[in-house]
Write a protein that binds this ligand. Structure first.
Ligand code: GLA
Length: 757
């Protein structure tokens, strides 16, 4: 619900309010927090500056009470007295950087709005547009769309050039948020194989920047971040989450001023950015989203999860349960043929797997990563009958067939590069730098985009391909397009607009296909990609405990139904660590389960275990993929992590207890629950799992061995008192009652209310 009364805008969601008002024609931010009732005049929330501030500039010469430098502003600009980080920097028609945008009008309407060329959130409830005008004729429009149920507000900005000369935008944030409280900042950072690790720091004077310049949203710093009260925990306290519906270079900054004001802003990274806007032209920023929660970090994550599920992910697969897949990458790398794939498929089918994904190496002459990207036709040596015959054989076994592509790339050794060297991104006078032996295609060009759309579509039309893994495996360097001339500052943004155009066309033409986005694992895990593809490969790292951290970090901003999570072989290919098969499964099932190993090499006991895993996952798949997720114990801060996923009707939950290293003579473990119904009685059991090591047991002929654990209690007991779990192995005298966790051990606990059959 959006209202405008006595110069004050109030945007309400179900549980939050966002208030700003006119002040000398500028927009003064007044409040963002827990929902407040209507009816106050909101004077209490205004900045009081009756005495002015020494050594500041008076924007209005005759009014010493109006000092931009200590005002919380909705959207700041340079040149008139705000010396903090400003949201916009434009070379104006007069070549200066001075602008002064003041309120001219606004409108409020039902629904959301479309952003030309960019992905955006769907099914918004209501939108506010505020128009501001500068004397040069430039118009600035601020958009606010409400998503009431999930307490989300989407924001973006548009510039209209009403002057008669070109302007050059050097910086244009999607949003700014000025607050007058102290916060801690949570960001999610990493590199390849350790994406989205949580970092937490208290903010103090100065600026913290989170950004990417790789051409993707990147594995280095996720655009998702959180500003939280210093005391905020997983289950209590206030916090604000931010994310950006964008997949290229992003920038977020938090700056604390000498007057203790906190300024947050986010949008396209201004680095290397310069966009010309001609007379009567417009420029639209990507949409940013913010959400407020007074129920701690779990509350915030649930807002974000609901929003992503309802307003970001679209299409046929949005709410459908996703298939359990087998991917041949770590099983074979490039070394496979049809016979091998069919062997893998046959065993997989017996195990209960539903989809076979053929990864890299099926096209051109690609037997390693040095050639053939761009040559999207089958390698008949490996696949004599081509993809259609392979897909048919897989389908006959009762499985779906899926395929890997990396359409944005070209190998210098390829037919495509031989014909079209000018299609690769490179500066004409320089030798381009290679990443994974490959170059990036210039998606700013229409001919390149058409080529990609045709090449991918031809393959998808040639065989029954029901799933596509869309990969992107190098950062962009040598950024230059032969078609952009002097406007190279537009390259990165035009690249991603080009990609969105391709995805619009390809995903639109194949609505039944399940698309999974991937970029060297999780290098492009963002809301932009999720508008086209409902799931993303979280990371190339499938080590059990690394995955606990990566998936937990990801869970702050993204729901489980977005996270591709696979069980791989040991020793793990990324960490060389050996961890129990059951633990690899237990973490992967909090996401979209797949296997990335050679199932023909599993022992009989392992096969039995995997069969049981898949049976279990299918039984609870809806819960794992679409349930409400809680972080019960923070894996970044303790020796074990605990997660829980609860069904919408609260009658069922599954908790994962993920141990890192075993502590000899260990202290007792407690399992707390969240999100249950206080009044329902729940029976709790532990998923039966195969134990690989039992002291004193020399062979694994005994098959399944599991410590029976059974507990029970009403929801209020489980949520407030928790369960003191059975003792872990006390370091001597193993007995059947001990929980044999060991290093990297884990357990799943299923809570079922009496009413649940
Ligand atoms: C990237 C992906 C992997 C795999 C390889 C294939 O690294 O993240 O999952 O598809 O490419 O080359």
């Amino acid at each position: 619900m959006i209202t405008f009364k006595e110069d004050v805008f109030k945007i309400d969601t179900d549980s939050s309010s966002y208030v700003f008002g006119l002040n000398h024609g500028m927009l003064e931010s007044m409040y963002y927090g827990k929902k407040i009732r209507d009816g106050s005049d909101y004077y209490a929330l205004r900045e009081k500056s009756s005495g002015g501030y020494p050594n500041t500039v008076l924007t209005e010469n005759d009014d010493k009470t109006f000092v931009m430098d200590n005002l919380c502003l909705e959207y700041s600009f340079p040149g008139k007295g705000d010396f903090r980080n400003t949201a916009i920097e434009i070379r104006m028609p007069d070549s200066s950087f001075v602008c002064d945008f003041r309120y001219s009008s606004h409108k409020i309407y039902d629904g959301g709005y479309k952003i030309p060329g960019l992905p955006f959130a769907i099914k918004g409830d209501q939108t506010l547009e505020v128009n501001l005008i500068d004397l040069s004729g430039l118009e600035l429009i601020l958009y606010y769309t409400v998503f009431s149920k999930t307490d989300v507000i989407a924001r973006s900005v548009c510039i209209k050039n009403g002057a008669d000369k070109d302007i050059y935008i050097r910086k244009i944030m999607s949003m700014q948020l000025d607050l007058s409280d102290s916060f801690k900042l949570l960001t999610f950072n990493g590199l390849w194989a350790r994406e989205r690790h949580k970092d937490e720091k208290n903010l103090s004077y100065g600026e913290v920047v989170c950004s990417s310049v790789t051409g993707a949203s990147s594995n280095r710093q996720s655009p998702f971040m959180v500003l939280a009260d210093r005391e905020c925990t997983q289950s209590s306290g206030c916090c604000i989450g931010y994310n950006l519906i964008y997949s290229s270079n992003h920038y977020e900054s938090v700056q604390v001023s000498g007057y203790d004001k906190t300024r947050f802003m986010g949008g396209i990274n201004p680095a290397f950015f310069e966009w010309r806007v001609g007379p009567n032209d417009t420029f639209f920023t990507p949409q940013a989203v913010i959400s407020f929660s007074s129920c701690g970090l779990n509350g915030l994550s649930q807002n974000m999860h609901g929003f992503v599920r309802e307003n970001i992910i679209r299409g046929e697969w949005a709410k459908k349960e996703r298939p359990v897949l087998i991917n041949n990458w770590e099983a074979t790398y490039f070394n496979f043929d049809e016979k091998k794939l069919l062997e893998i498929a046959k065993v997989s089918k017996d195990l209960g797997i539903e989809l076979l994904v053929l990864d890299d190496g099926w096209f051109g002459l690609r037997n390693d990563d040095t050639t053939s990207l761009g040559d999207w036709y089958e390698n008949r040596k490996k696949l004599p009958g081509g993809l259609s015959s392979l897909a048919e054989k897989i389908n006959e076994m009762g499985m779906m067939f899926g395929l890997w592509f990396e359409p944005e790339m070209v190998s210098p050794i390829s037919d495509l590069y031989a014909i079209h060297p000018e299609w690769a991104v490179k500066v004409p006078s320089r030798k381009p730098s290679l990443g994974r032996n490959q170059l990036v295609l210039d998606l700013t060009r229409k001919d390149v985009r058409d080529y990609i759309v045709n090449a991918v579509s031809n393959i998808l039309n040639s065989a029954n391909i029901q799933y596509v893994k869309w990969d992107m495996n190098r950062h962009i360097t040598d950024a230059y397009s032969q078609e952009l001339g002097a406007r190279q500052g537009e390259f990165y943004h035009r690249y991603i607009l080009g990609l969105y155009d391709i995805l619009e066309r390809v995903c639109g033409a194949f609505p039944h296909v399940l698309f999974e986005s991937c970029a060297s694992g999780g290098d492009r895990f963002d809301l932009g990609m999720l508008c086209y593809m409902p799931q993303i490969w979280c990371s190339d790292n499938t080590d059990y405990y690394e995955r606990v951290l990566i998936q937990e970090g990801t869970s702050y901003g993204f729901p489980l139904c977005t996270m591709g999570a696979h069980v791989s072989a040991v020793p793990n290919h990324q960490t060389m660590r050996t961890t129990p098969l059951e633990s690899r499964f237990n973490v992967a099932c909090f996401g979209l389960l797949g296997y990335e190993l050679d199932p023909t090499k599993l022992s009989d006991n392992e096969k039995l275990a995997v069969k049981e895993q898949i049976k279990f996952y299918k039984k609870y798949r809806k819960l794992f993929q679409f349930g409400d997720f809680f972080r019960i114990k923070d894996g970044f801060e303790s020796e074990h992590a605990v997660w829980e996923v609860v069904s919408a009707d609260k009658k069922q939950s599954i908790s994962g207890f993920f141990q890192k290293l075993f502590v000899p003579n260990p202290p007792s473990d407690k399992l707390f629950f969240k999100g249950l119904d206080e009044e329902l009685f729940y029976k709790i059991s532990c998923r039966e799992q195969y134990l690989e090591f039992v002291p004193g047991r020399l062979s694994d002929d005994e098959g399944f061995l599991s410590n029976k654990e059974e507990y029970g209690g009403y929801g209020d007991l489980l949520m407030n008192g928790g369960i003191k779990l059975n003792q872990q192995y006390p370091s001597i005298r193993y007995n059947q009652g001990s929980r044999l966790m060991g290093d990297f051990g884990s357990r799943l606990y299923i809570a079922r209310s009496e009413e649940e059959k």
